[in-house]
Ligand binder design. Structure first.
Ligand code: FMN
Length: 190
């Protein structure tokens, strides 16, 4: 598949079929992640592949708790309808875990190092595109608190759960979410 087609046609999926994802595809998605760029090639990522219904349910309940917390705080109506069921229905959820020590030289900046987050984000987008290229759909999910997710997945305190990537087959076509005109967001300095 042409890379520009993949980038344009990939959609965030929130409704998955129960059909399992083969290990061959999971391995290809992980391999795609590993080819992402990262600061000093430190490869700040680790992956936890979850197919256990029990563990997916715990992740779902944590997301629901966060949604309720955000609703109580903000009063934003749309949050009441905000879904997180895909954490249970997706056949595979891959947790991307970052190592803050693998941030490259930006660890010396006053704001602290965030290079590891950039590296993990690059890996995640590779995963999204690889999944799409393999006929699957995915969702980049971040609406959770780090500590409970560390506990659920057995992640050490010095590592950071960056995102949960839900992967599987979509139940149907997903409408395109429009983008702003990139030229209106671009400045050329010549
Ligand atoms: C860093 C990041 C965090 C996101 N977190 C969530 C999330 O918590 N829940 C969710 O449903 N979608 C989440 N998304 C998906 C976005 O909502 C989605 O990419 C955006 O609406 C554009 O839609 P598209 O991916 O179908 O083009 C996230 C995307 C990114 C890049």
């Amino acid at each position: 598949m042409d890379i520009f087609t993949a980038m344009k046609e990939r959609r965030s999926c929130r409704d998955f079929l129960p059909e399992p994802v083969g290990m061959d595809k999971i391995e290809k998605i992980l391999e795609a992640a590993s080819w992402a760029p990262s600061p000093l090639n430190l490869q700040p990522w680790e992956f936890i592949v979850v197919t256990s219904d029990g563990v997916k349910k715990k992740l779902f309940l944590e997301a629901k708790r966060c949604i309720k917390w955000a609703f109580d705080r903000s009063g934003w109506d749309w949050l009441e309808k905000y879904k997180a069921d895909f954490l249970q229905s997706a056949p595979v959820v891959i947790a991307v875990v970052g190592d803050p020590r693998k941030s490259g030289v930006d660890i010396f900046l006053e704001e602290g190092g965030i290079g590891y987050q950039h590296g993990c984000a690059a890996a995640i987008q590779n995963m999204n595109l690889a999944a799409y290229g393999l006929g699957l759909s995915s969702l980049w999910f971040t609406f959770f608190e780090k500590e409970p997710v560390r506990e659920i997945l057995g992640i050490a305190r010095n590592k950071t759960p960056i995102a949960l990537i839900c992967i599987g087959k979509s139940t149907g076509g997903i409408p395109q979410v429009p983008r702003n005109d990139v030229m209106k967001k671009t400045t050329f300095i010549t």
